[in-house]
Design a protein. Structure first.
Lengths: 327, 445
């Protein structure tokens, strides 16, 4: 099936969604996502950040779709023409969605553990407005421990439903869900400290914001002061392929390995995540390749030289003075 | 007098019982359909009748039925949407309360056409007493052999169930209704797939409004072509209108589609004019979600033609100068009404009823309500009007289900036609009388 996204044509198999097709083309045209997670079935469609305009439904029926559609839940048709970054209305609508997502978000990034690897931060930076027009008190909740290792800070939640889907699809029993409705809706276990499952830690990885955090890592360090390395171990429960976040020789945190879209490649078990916190537990494979635009890449040895060369090149091109030869 | 097909017997004593209902020609459509017609013929009659969905969207019913997937070995379902929650709409309640058998007869005939062995009436929680009336009627129908195995000796068997919901507006959205019926949280599903392909428990399902299903009865009895003669153009047949607001005779009226709005408001047969001799200020023609129109636009279209009570005429001029027939919740407001206060009431409702699934509706509805509250408190300024307009434009069309639009349209229309009222309040020239709310709060406390 041929589909054109922002003027770029690509051939994709039947059943591919617009979002997947856009991701195949590349980062430039891929819509941002907050609730979609490729490894979770029926995820997506809620946050509305990935909305795009379909200007031609298919080759057989070229009428445009009247409303913007959620690209993560819309399958492509042969001859479909989609506009994302080339359509002003889409960008304006997305700006609106970002504003809505931030209406009840506390914007407490300076004290939030997710800062630096937060999807909402990236989204707000890329698509949001500089100031808020919301002048009313934001909704507030108490922090609760929903499991031994996981803390829920509902203030920051954007209702992406990913953690609910993880519990539903990865574990035997889902014990948390959504209570109430509208802007009073909240993720809750109803009874505290009940999430015991071996794979429950994955809710932390799928959470796009700082609503679900690792209690073994909370306030230990900002993520950009840690060095991520890929490591593995022989685990009986999961693949054992993880990412260690280290400070010196100390393992501060263990997470799943995430791909360029911020999604876990393979889910890991709680033993790997919370109990194996010594370097001797792991076989270290090497440093993680971090995108140089990420704040996490700062101070990191593996890209520093590459970065320096790039910066020098840029400076030379712009006719700047060489930083190393400053009098 | 206009013709009445649905509630012509509503004043007959005992019409809620099977005996009286049958004596007045009840269940004739079941007899006719099951004994003399094929299922497809019934669907054809509905198609010929031009019947359009009476729940609000006005989608042609015959077409909806013909979209129903019919794979072998998979059950099909008919679901009746009796979750009538749109503010200003109470026609289905009246019909079910007075003539419950009209709905059940329609359910049987429609199920025969669709080949559905089971059907469900999903009724809102607040109508629990109506659910009891329906259940009593269903028990009567079972006892008389109108429901159950081999109805009238044919091989058509049918079971009909009543399911009471929890009282959420969102469960009137068809996919949220199905979720709720399955015992889950009533969140709208993401479409496609549509219920006609994968509805209740993943099986092909048709969801129709109470009035739509009840209208199948006269259509089968009199024939689709005869039914289509009533009305104007593509708006055929009769429609129940719930008239409320500042009129002399509020209530449920059955009208022939095609009478003028002026006749409906001022004639003695229907609303009987505006009460206390006041002037009409504005009308919400089809339930709270449709755009409000000022008097000059509701009585005459922008072209100067008289506005008719039809799907087409009411939507003439788009949303710039028109509105929608919607569910037929006709709310008239006199000259003393504050549009801002009325809008606050509507917005508060949509904020309360938003399911919380998708971000624009979840956050936007609450935000709009808070801004409108500022107008009531007298602390709003002129920029708030533009902000309101901007928020509604960012909700409309960006949500999973139509609740987003339902929340955005009234705000847009109120600002479009009555912007001066907002500005006057913002400039502190006028204030909204909110003593009414104070009294209410005292009663609640």
């Amino acid at each position: 099936m041929k589909v054109t996204i922002d003027g770029i044509e690509i051939d994709v198999p039947k059943g591919t969604t617009i979002l997947q097709a856009a991701r195949m083309i590349g980062q430039e045209v891929a819509p941002p996502t907050m609730c979609y997670y490729s490894s979770l079935k029926t995820s997506g469609g809620y946050c509305r950040t990935c909305i795009v305009k379909v200007t031609q439904g298919s080759a057989a029926n070229p009428t445009p779709m009247p409303k913007p559609v959620a690209s993560c839940r819309t399958e492509v048709m042969d001859g479909m023409v989609v506009e994302n970054v080339t359509n002003k209305d889409v960008l304006e609508a997305r700006k609106g969605v970002v504003e809505f997502l931030l209406v009840n978000h506390p914007l407490d990034c300076p004290v939030c553990d997710q800062a630096g690897e937060c999807s909402l931060q990236d989204l707000g930076y890329g698509h949001g407005a500089a100031t808020t027009r919301y002048e009313f008190p934001r909704r507030e909740f108490e922090r609760i421990d929903i499991g031994k290792y996981v803390q829920l800070h509902m203030n920051r939640c954007i209702m992406c439903f990913r953690c609910v889907k993880v519990a539903e699809q990865l574990t035997d029993n889902r014990v948390h869900g959504v209570m109430h409705r509208g802007d009073a809706a909240e993720i809750s276990t109803y009874i505290e400290n009940v999430i015991e499952n071996d794979f429950s830690g994955n809710v932390i990885d799928v959470c796009p914001v700082g609503a679900l955090t690792d209690k073994t890592f909370r306030f230990k360090s900002r993520v950009w002061f840690t060095k991520p390395v890929d490591a593995s171990c022989d685990c009986k429960k999961c693949s054992g392929k993880v990412r260690l976040w280290m400070k010196g020789e100390e393992v501060l945190r263990v997470t799943a390995r995430k791909d360029q879209w911020g999604e876990a490649e393979e889910f890991i078990c709680n033993t790997c995540r919370f109990d194996r916190k010594k370097t001797s537990d792991w076989k270290i494979e090497g440093p993680t390749k971090v995108d140089r635009h990420s704040v996490i890449s700062q101070n990191h040895y593996n890209h520093l030289n590459e970065l320096k060369v790039q910066v020098l090149k840029q400076q030379k091109a712009l006719g700047f003075m060489d930083i190393n030869k400053r009098p | 007098m206009g013709r009445k097909l649905l509630i012509h017997n509503d004043k007959v004593p005992g019409i809620n019982t099977l005996e009286v209902y049958r004596a007045h020609g009840g269940y004739a459509s079941v007899e006719k359909a099951l004994k003399t017609m094929q299922p497809d013929q019934v669907t054809d009659e509905v198609k010929k009748s031009g019947l359009r969905g009476r729940g609000g969207a006005g989608f042609p019913t015959g077409m909806k039925w013909s979209f129903l997937a019919k794979p072998e070995g998979v059950p099909r379902y008919l679901v009746c949407n009796a979750d009538e929650s749109e503010p200003g709409t109470f026609k289905d309640r009246y019909l079910m309360e007075k003539i419950p058998h009209a709905l059940i007869e329609g359910m049987i005939t429609s199920s025969f056409a669709l080949g559905a062995k089971q059907s469900y009436i999903y009724i809102r929680g607040e109508y629990f007493y109506v659910a009891r009336i329906l259940e009593a009627a269903i028990a009567e129908a079972y006892a008389a052999g109108w429901l159950g195995k081999n109805i009238l000796g044919t091989d058509f068997s049918h079971d009909c169930y009543v399911q009471v919901g929890g009282g959420a507006y969102i469960c009137g959205e068809e996919t949220a209704l199905l979720e709720s019926l399955e015992g889950k949280r009533g969140n709208p599903r993401i479409k496609p797939p549509f219920p006609a392909v994968a509805g209740l428990w993943g099986c092909p399902t048709v969801v129709n409004n109470v009035e739509t299903i009840a209208a199948v009865v006269p259509i089968v009895n009199m024939g689709g072509e005869e039914y289509a003669k009533i009305g104007v153009g593509k708006s055929t047949g009769t429609k129940l209108i719930s008239a409320s607001g500042h009129i002399n005779k509020p209530g449920v009226y059955e009208i022939e589609l095609g009478i003028t709005v002026e006749e409906f408001i001022y004639s003695e047969e229907y609303c009987g004019g505006i009460r206390n001799g006041k002037k009409l200020k504005a009308v919400v023609a089809g339930g709270s979600s449709v755009p409000i129109l000022p008097t000059e636009l509701i009585l005459k279209t922008a072209k100067g033609e008289p506005r008719l009570m039809t799907y087409e005429s009411l939507s003439d001029g788009g949303f710039q100068t028109g509105t929608m027939l919607g569910s037929g919740g006709f709310i008239a407001m006199d000259e003393d009404t504050s549009i801002v206060k009325n809008l606050f009431t509507f917005s508060r409702f949509y904020h309360h009823e938003s399911c919380g699934q998708c971000s624009p509706c979840r956050e936007g509805t609450g935000w709009m309500e808070k801004i409108l509250k500022k107008f009531l408190d007298g602390t709003a300024n002129e920029s708030d009007v533009d902000l309101l307009w901007d928020i509604q434009s960012k909700i409309e069309g960006k949500t999973i289900c139509p609740l987003g639009e339902a929340a955005a349209w009234p705000v847009a229309a109120a600002i479009r036609h009555f912007k001066h009222e907002f500005i006057e309040i913002a400039q502190k020239k006028k204030f909204v009388d909110i003593s009414h709310y104070d009294r209410l709060n005292k009663i609640r406390a």
